[in-house]
Design a protein around this ligand. Structure first.
Ligand SMILES: Cc1ncc(COP(=O)(O)O)c(C=O)c1O
Length: 442
């Protein structure tokens, strides 16, 4: 056995991170509480991104911590195939109760990527059990992010996430993205322009024939690419076209869910119920990995059944509905309910949007600002020939010099604070973002 040098940063291969430059000047987090992280050099860093869009209840919340501690002492693990434990059932019931309509059946996984994979497989199995096994094709959308599994990157539309990984899943196609700066720049909330882009689904159906298409998958608000709110009427149109052609509609709500858009789910905000809804992140406020799919009655019923011994859905993970994740989810739902955090998020949407859009006056290099719920993206003019450089430098500068954590996607700076954010925090983070952008861009 080799000796391990203390504080050796080498062996950890960091995901979605330029490893060398991180290790030259690490952004190391050692503690968190409420709205703040604490760095290894003792600084208190305001969390502008809810970690990675997930810590919606804020950090190190005592009821969640205690629920997880109690759970691990009581039941560390129980198999999720052929056996169950009460907390997984309770967590599923609590999540289903939050979801609109007859989205009543929760299949757990451990991440957003797994949730997307699960939803795609459920969609295929659904059609096959109904005698329409030719429906295997998936329609995603340009600029979409559905995690990093092969299914998710195949329906996703972020080029760098796809181009290294070969031909991907066969039989996918993509809707056009909904972003048009000339028509939509500096929109608060849902843009007026772009609802008609859902009609493109009719062309895609005409090209492939409905009999080959299993499902359409979209993020109601595209998050990871940099906050693209759905144009007015867009989601309703997608729903109608899917219904017309017997195609399942999947909402990937890994970011939108659990209050980010001022409602339990985007499905509730927009009054559009998908057939399958994926979630992760905010379900445990990031405390324990968990994700899942919520299916409507007709999807579950088409798959479930058969003889007593018969397994119908050949899918699941060792850690599906893990006791610790389930306990964390229940405690998180309690906080959301008891503190009215989804309503709080809805109430803060306007002051948050106003503060974010005020950055436009302060920063000449900001080309667009988009806000929806408690999420915002600031598009910064890229450095010529070096896309992503400014975004990276702004993120690093804000962490080191302004004690603020933000998320960047290319040259787009995003804020998505925990839902416990105060108006004073909003003021602080938008001022810091403006200073950071100006520091790097001029
Ligand atoms: C919409 C969406 N789907 C899926 C994922 C993947 O989730 P995970 O990183 O937990 O696999 C993400 C992550 O940001 C996401 O935003």
């Amino acid at each position: 056995m080799s000796d391990v040098a203390p504080n050796d940063l080498g062996p950890l291969w960091m995901p979605f991170t330029p490893n060398r430059s991180f290790k030259e000047r690490p952004r190391m987090i050692t503690r968190a509480e409420g709205m703040h992280y604490y760095s290894d050099d003792g600084r208190k860093v305001l969390d502008g991104s809810a970690g990675l869009w997930c810590c919606n209840a804020g950090h190190s919340r005592q009821p969640i911590v205690e629920a997880v501690q109690k759970q691990i002492a009581e039941l560390d693990f129980a198999p999720s195939f052929q056996f169950g434990h009460p907390k997984a059932f309770e967590a599923a019931a609590r999540i289903a109760a939050l979801a609109p309509g007859d989205l009543n059946h929760v299949l757990f996984g451990n991440s957003g990527s797994e949730s997307v994979d699960s939803a795609m497989k459920i969609a295929m199995a659904y059609h096959r059990y109904r005698g329409e096994g030719t429906r295997t094709r998936f329609i995603g959308r340009e600029k979409g992010y559905h995690g990093v599994g092969f299914g998710g990157i195949s329906v996703g539309g972020m080029v760098n996430n796809r181009k290294f990984f070969g031909p991907l899943l066969a039989g996918t196609d993509h809707l056009p993205h909904t972003y048009n700066r000339a028509e939509q720049a500096f929109t608060k909330g849902e843009p007026e322009w772009g609802g008609h882009l859902a009609d493109e689904l009719e062309n895609i159906v005409a090209l492939h024939d409905a009999s080959t298409i299993a499902a359409v998958i979209v993020e109601p608000m595209a998050g990871s690419i940099g906050v693209l709110p759905p144009p007015k009427g867009y989601l309703e149109k997608l729903r109608a076209i899917c219904d017309k052609h017997g195609i399942l509609l999947i909402f990937d709500e890994v970011i939108c869910g659990f209050g980010r858009l001022g409602a339990s789910f985007a499905a509730e905000r927009y009054n559009v119920t998908p057939d399958l809804l994926t979630f992760a992140k905010g379900v445990t406020s990031g405390v324990v990995p968990m994700g899942g799919v919520i299916a409507r009655d007709h999807v579950f019923n088409a798959i479930d059944g058969g003889d007593d011994h018969e397994i119908r859905l050949f899918h699941g993970y060792t850690y599906t509905g893990h006791p610790m994740a389930s306990a964390a989810a229940i405690a998180t739902m309690n906080i959301y309910r008891d503190e009215g955090l989804f309503e709080r998020s809805a109430k803060l949407e306007r002051p948050f949007g106003d503060a974010c859009h005020a950055v436009r006056e302060k920063c000449a290099s900001v080309e667009d600002i988009r806000t929806l719920g408690l999420a915002v993206a600031f598009d910064v003019t890229p450095e010529a020939g070096k896309p992503g450089k400014r975004g990276y430098e702004i993120m690093a500068h804000l962490f080191h010099e302004e004690d603020l954590m933000v998320r960047v996607s290319g040259d787009t700076v995003c804020l998505s604070p925990p839902l416990i954010v105060e108006e004073s925090h909003i003021e602080e983070m938008t001022e810091k973002v403006a200073r950071g952008i100006n520091h790097i861009s001029v």
